[in-house]
Design a binder for this molecule. Structure first.
Ligand SMILES: Cc1cc2nc3c(=O)[nH]c(=O)nc-3n(C[C@H](O)[C@H](O)[C@H](O)COP(=O)(O)O)c2cc1C
Length: 181
């Protein structure tokens, strides 16, 4: 099964996760980028105004893939707005997709994200998987995580997320494409 991992990352956490998933799944990797440099205030404006920002025209041939795994942050219980823009572009081009996020881990956001993804793509995702900082970081690292909104992991931290990544990779390595919601 040919898999594309398309990721967006503002502070680097989801870039580290995407690189690891690429290795584990033998997938292709594509970075979603924006023409204008993003700032913290741009994130807040996107949240407040419900904006979907302009992204650089995707240079990937999505129709070559059997599935796309989107990787990116959660902002205010929604998928990061540049990923939303990419998914809108992706609509109708691929058989299946899912969303993986290394996020703070806020209560009640899972269902919201499933609904949001379905609205944008015109069909439900196969899965939404949250790897939450608050669940997986060791206690001593968590203390610095400032409620999980601005905590940067290092590549070495990924070892803490290993059980969750192993489980996800195991599920994604099955031959069948059944819903994992
Ligand atoms: C403005 C803002 C809002 C956020 N809102 C949420 C949220 O609602 N739920 C959540 O789980 N994490 C939230 N986070 C945390 C990010 O998802 C988390 O820090 C993520 O790992 C950042 O990914 P990145 O380094 O790839 O950009 C928020 C972060 C920021 C900056």
């Amino acid at each position: 099964m040919k898999t594309l991992i398309a990721y967006y990352s503002f502070t680097g956490n989801n870039a580290i996760l995407a690189a690891s998933l690429k290795e584990r799944l033998g997938a292709d990797l594509y970075e979603i980028t924006e023409p204008r440099p993003r700032k913290g205030t741009t994130i807040l404006l996107d949240i407040l105004l419900g904006r979907r920002p302009r992204i650089n025209p995707p240079t990937v041939n999505a129709t070559r893939y059997d599935r796309v795994i989107l990787v990116g942050p959660v902002w205010n219980a929604k998928i990061a707005s540049p990923v939303a823009s990419f998914l809108a572009w992706l609509k109708g081009k691929i058989p299946s997709y899912g969303y993986v996020t290394l996020c703070g881990g806020r209560d009640g956001q899972q269902e919201k994200m499933v609904r949001e993804l379905g609205r944008i793509a015109g069909k439900p995702p196969l899965f939404v998987r949250q790897l939450a900082l608050r669940d997986w970081l060791p206690e001593d690292r968590k203390a610095n995580a400032k409620k999980g909104t601005s905590f940067k992991i290092s590549a070495a931290d990924l070892v803490s997320f290993r059980p969750a990544i192993d489980e996800l990779v195991g599920e994604l390595s099955q031959k069948t494409e059944k819903s994992m919601l």
